[in-house]
Design a protein around this ligand. Sequence first.
Ligand code: WTA
Length: 685
Amino acid sequence: MAEQRARRRPSEQSGAEVSEAQIAVHWQEEAYFAPAKEFIAQANLTDKGVFKRFSLDKFPGYFKEFAELLDWYKKWDKIFDGTNPPFWRWFVGGRINACYNCVDRHLARHKNKTALHFVPEPEHEAIQHLTYQELYVRVNEFAALLRDFCGLKAGDRVTLHMPMVAELPITMLACARLGVIHSQVFSGFSGKACADRASDSESRVMITMDAYYRGGKLLDHKEKADIAVTEAAKDNHKVDKVLVWQRYPGKYSSPTKLVEGRDFVVNDLLPKYRGKRIEPVRMPAEAPLFLMYTSGTTGRPKGAQHSIGGYLAYVTWTSKYIQDIHPEDVYWCMADIGWITGHSYIVYGPLALAASSVVFEGVPTHPDAGRPWRIAEELDVNIFHTSPTAIRALRKEGPEEPAKYHYRFKHMTTVGEPIEPEVWKWYHKMVGKKQAVIVDTWWQTETGGFLCSTVPGIHKMKPGSAGPAIPGIHPVIYDEEGSELKAGSGKAGNICIRNPWPGIMQTIWKDPDRFVHQYYSRYCRNRKSKDWRDWPYMAGDGAVQAKDGYYRILGRIDDVINVAGHRLGTKEIESAALLVPEVVEAAVVPVADPIKGKVPDLYVALKPGLDASEEIAKKVSASVVSQIGAIARPRQVIIVPDMPKTRSGKIMRRVLAAISNRQDPGDVSTLANPEIVDKIRTAHG
Ligand code: WTA
């Protein structure tokens, strides 16, 4: 029986025996912190009745309130269509344009207000403030270029590989204006990673920038575009045009040459489109707005497809009520637009509400840990949003820094990983100066926007807990057997959401089967059912719910490692290691890290007869960086004589994870090769 149960573990089904949830830290229950009175007095949402109005029996009607925050060319006929589970359709029959909602509609009242503050990394470079009017002009001109020079039209896909500059939201909004589907790839990803995404989405056009600043260096970024185009060609995918923005308009800042007939400098082409205005395309609400590739259980990243109407309604509502954004706020989310957080909560949500949103190019701790607080002071930022990894780094390098600067946050967010209560308390006391409310928001690339968080004007905060579900979201925790854990049981299980919501991705690009399989198959009660109640969404995270209804997220239950808040697939890393000819087996495990939360340790076994060497370890590490990007670089590459294996030959990652985390690997006597454990421990050191 015990063996049978063990076999049914999701982590085993997908090949890895250790999950983040299994090595999660065990925190105590924490005392509550109350939101400041001044905050509550101005908050967008203080009415506790919202939870009644948004109760499960009122689904889906309450989501109308989300859509009503937007301007529609044509109102929807139906809020929700669930006739083809789990391919939900939202605001069916509605016509809308995302760019119009983020730009044009604000011109009447806010044209002279800053839409984007671009903060270059070098401090001697002035901050650039783009008003809504300027944003309107630049988006229109670039949209004209995309349409008339590139021939792009609604439904086409475009791959963006852009750094954190104002041109990135400009590019996204120009695409949205035309109904073109953008797929922005995090700029830290390698050319190869960009190629995989361009080829999967069949993007004929790639948009990049010549160079950008990171950690004090002007990095050559254009070289990655060359690699991306070459690698995509190996996959039989041709990229026709590469558009290159200049980091310094008028000056080409990359040592990598332009390829004649393929590469075009945007800043050279733009004058031709001066003064051009493009009517926003009136798109069906359910047309895709963008793809966001994310790591999952199989080797290739998958393209989460987000809709225009449902997604925009969801991020706008959550920005207004969970981020508490008012049009007069200066809002700074320090995430990268290359991740979902940046899409939802730097670009689409805040701009739909006419806020001023900050785009920061650089590293938060460069040149020192006072940088973010200088920016906050200069721009008078009052809403701040970042990840536990950034908070831990700022706390380590400059624990007293925030006190030196005169800024005042009313609201702060943490997102992307569990935050240790100690770190939360520093964030609250030092960064928030005991006045800011904090929301710990749990959600995912797939979910479009927040799922669990306190409502800042209503709930008390509890360090280390994401809080209850947001209004309209109804979670449930299942055990391994598929039974519901009692609400507030304090027991760990797999968190799912009972009901569909407008921000959920529509499907995985070109892979509907994988969409159904990965998120719905495990807990679906009846595959033939047409009732959404039978199709809970499985998030892939372990979680517990305390008596007070607050959820604590434990981490991934599948083969995904959350490094510094970024999702990496273990399979992606292992495949990269196996490209090194000397390597025959590879296994990656998450290791707890005081700053990044988790980092990957990579174990490899070599072909018979080969000796371990520093050189091979370096090659393995380099392969991971070139296949995925520097964020996936293993903490160490450990060359072992053999992997710990079950009698059926499966690698026991649980044992490797225990060694890396200096924990007890438990009973290893059932392994096919128990003697290997000590040898691996020696190799690990
Ligand atoms: C984790 C990022 C604990 C979780 C928005 C999830 C969190 C994965 C939190 C999604 C949080 C996100 N507390 N863990 N507040 N927020 N996670 O797709 O494991 O990059 O499944 O989306 O990050 O990562 P993704």
